[in-house]
Design a protein around this ligand. Structure first.
Ligand code: ADP
Length: 681
């Protein structure tokens, strides 16, 4: 593809960090962001280069003409360089003479000042004003401005002054002097000048280099400034007042029109916002204005392809100082040549026409469409329209319109995205927490399962010899003398052996080696039964809050009595100095919940994880086996229920005490339960 047809500005996807600065700065809204990917809509782009200027990631690429320029130079045919008058703002590190010498060093036959083309153009403007003093005109030296009018305000094209740009005027003057075979290369601060459909191509400008590209050519040819003279000079024809063209209002100044037009009749506008507003309002707000001198940048010295990082003022001063010195340094005959140039080149055609390239919006959104998109972005009320501009659009409605037109994504809305992120974060936190709980439960179940296996193995092995021991001890007891020491000893043996049996039966319960006989049972009544059979100390207050709607559940009554007795006994033992035992009973259609709370000493933090471990006890020897809660856990598991504990043992953290919460399913699907499954404690 010839380089003229390559897209002018493209976005390098990997570098783009989606800051939307370019969307914000693009006056033509020619940057589309879809599915997180930004791209330039080529037909909409006016090539002003604002997107380049604001891109901190250097994610924008401008079509590079260095190869094209090198190959022109390699043909050996004469090639003229045309240097834009803003060059002093860029090449602060080089004297003009040395810059000219280095350009020649690249192989250019001649180095010319575009300022001369500007002089010719200024003369044309003056002529147009003099021919028809009432004529209203938009000056056209800036190609981005022309692009904007042709694409977005084609009804104003009639106001565009029908005059070529200084670059084209110079190219024509040079061909007039040096022959039609001459190759010309423009060098300047402008991206829009490269425009493939603009004047450059039509006017036979063979390549358009930016100052940055010129520097790159110096680098590639190893041209060091010190090797070049400072005293080289531009080739004639020389530029005069055209040297001030890069400064806003420079065109009017060069044309000497300031004196002829009253200030209200001349409007100078520069920069992204001003130029768009001024053009859009040309018909209405500026009805008295006759001449509009508009530049898309703040003067060409602020062009997007400038690499000099000095302030605007410094760059502007460099251009005006150079113009001043240049004019002061011209000999009288050179001045005379400049003055007589329009006459000398009067046969040159410096007129031009414009072709509309209207870019209407494909579909225009109705207020209903906009509303729907705003709703989707979480903007339900007027107060939600923050108009923060973070998306690159001035208002939320502009953004919604761009979404409708397929130019933008709704997730470009920062407040909306933050809100969504916050919600996602909260959800993640919740699921993280439940994952942690599930993991803890799984760990505990795994630990208890392996302990259960061990305990069951030992219990089975010990059970048989113990039964034999008990049998023989009882036989001996029947045969021995009443009241004898032997009877006493044998009774102790039987007692202790029975105790061992109970422990073993507890172990088997814990390991779920026993069966569950489920039948509809009134849990409220079970609780009453346990309370009646428990001897409470006087200083223990017992409260029951029965809120059961339906107290009946499919459970093994004997086993649940064991669970309740364990919890109630533990609660009482945790309150040696008295306190309150509260039992609350609640249900849903699917579950019954029993909470057993005490105001006792509480469980220290470090013991919380070990409560359900078999043989974990803090009670004195003989007082506790450490199997109560392990067995409780086993029974609850067999019922596919859950048991949880909350406790505070720290007086500084509030009243001490412990609450066990037992949740049992009302009905259990037979065969669905496996030993110590995850998800329950
Ligand atoms: P045991 O009662 O034989 O010690 P458990 O398995 O029933 O065995 O209890 C284990 C341990 O859990 C107890 O020794 C005690 O330290 C603690 N514990 C159980 N229930 C409570 C409670 N309500 N308040 C304080 N600690 C308790």
């Amino acid at each position: 593809m010839p380089s003229w047809e390559n897209p002018l500005i493209t976005i390098i996807g990997e570098k783009c960090r989606m800051c939307y600065a370019c969307v914000r700065e693009c006056p033509a809204k020619a940057i589309r962001v879809v599915e997180g990917q930004a791209s330039v809509i080529q037909p909409r782009c006016i090539a002003c280069g604002n997107c380049l200027r604001v891109c901190a990631q250097n994610a924008k690429e401008v079509r590079d003409d260095t190869e094209r320029a090198f190959s022109l130079l390699e043909t050996g045919a004469p090639v003229a360089a045309m240097l834009a008058p803003s060059f002093p703002a860029e090449f602060a590190d080089l004297t003009p003479g040395r810059l000219v010498a280095m350009i020649r060093g690249l192989g250019f036959t001649w180095v010319h000042e575009v300022a001369f083309g500007a002089d010719l153009v200024a003369h044309m403007y003056r002529k147009l004003v003099e021919e028809d003093p009432e004529r209203r005109m938009i000056a056209t030296a800036c190609p981005a401005v022309v692009n904007y009018v042709c694409k977005y305000q084609p009804q104003l094209m009639a106001y565009l002054a029908p005059v070529v740009s200084p670059m084209v005027a110079l190219a024509r003057a040079l061909r007039h002097d040096l022959g039609d075979d001459l190759r010309v290369v423009f060098i300047g601060p402008c991206v829009a000048k490269k425009g493939s459909h603009g004047e450059s191509a039509q006017a036979g400008v063979d390549a358009v280099l930016t100052f940055a590209e010129l520097r790159e050519m110096f680098r590639r040819r190893d041209l060091e400034p010190e090797s070049f003279t400072e005293d080289d000079r531009f080739d004639p024809p020389y530029g005069g007042f055209g040297n001030v063209f890069p400064i806003s209002g420079g065109l009017l100044q060069a044309a000497g029109l300031q004196q002829d037009l009253l200030s209200g009749e001349m409007i100078v506008a520069e920069g992204r916002d001003e130029f768009i507003d001024t053009i859009n309002e040309f018909d209405l707000a500026h009805a008295d204005a006759r001449l509009l001198d508009v530049l898309a940048c703040h003067g060409c010295y602020a062009g997007p392809a400038m690499t000099n990082k000095e302030t605007m003022l410094q760059r502007r001063t460099r251009v005006s100082n150079y113009a001043k010195n240049r004019l002061a340094g011209l000999a009288e005959e050179q001045f005379e040549a400049i003055r007589s140039a329009p006459e000398q080149y009067k046969d040159l055609n410096l007129y031009r026409a414009y072709v509309a390239d209207y870019q209407p919006v494909a579909q225009s959104a109705t207020s209903n469409d906009i509303e729907k998109i705003l709703e989707h972005m979480g903007k339900h009320r007027t107060e939600d329209l923050l108009n923060c501009g973070a998306c690159g659009y001035d208002t939320c409605i502009d953004h919604a319109r761009a979404v409708y037109e397929g130019l933008a994504d709704s997730d470009m809305c920062l407040p909306h995205t933050i809100e969504q992120l916050r919600e996602a974060y909260d959800e993640l936190e919740v699921s993280h927490r439940s994952l942690e709980e599930a993991q803890e439960a799984l760990e505990r179940s795994t630990k208890l399962a392996s302990m259960g296996q061990l305990a069951a193995g030992i219990a089975h092995e010990v059970n048989n010899p113990l039964s034999t021991l008990l049998l023989h001890a009882n036989l001996l007891l029947e045969e021995c003398d009443r009241g004898s020491q032997t009877q006493d000893d044998l009774e102790t043996i039987v007692d202790q052996a029975n105790r061992c049996k109970r422990i073993i039966s507890g172990l088997l319960n814990f390991a779920r080696q026993s069966r569950v006989n489920r039948e509809p049972t009134d849990i409220g009544k079970l609780v009453q039964k346990v309370l009646h059979t428990t001897a409470f100390a006087e200083d223990i207050e017992v409260r029951v809050r029965n809120e059961f709607k339906d107290p009946v559940a499919d459970i093994d009554g004997d086993q649940i009595v064991q669970v309740l007795a364990n919890l109630i006994n533990n609660a009482q033992q945790a309150m040696p100095d008295g306190g309150r035992l509260s039992i609350s009973l609640r249900d849903t259609p699917d579950e019954v919940t029993v909470r057993v709370s005490d105001t006792g000493e509480g469980v220290p933090e470090e013991n919380m994880d070990r409560l359900f471990d078999p043989f974990f006890t803090t009670k004195q020897v003989g007082m506790g086996t450490g199997l109560g809660l392990a067995v409780t856990h086993g029974i609850v598991k067999m019922h596919k229920g859950q048991i949880a504990v909350e406790s505070n043992a720290d007086h500084n953290a509030g009243p001490t005490g412990t609450t066990f919460t037992l949740i049992l399913p009302r009905h259990i699907e037979e065969g669905a339960s496996g030993p110590f499954e995850a998800g329950a404690k």
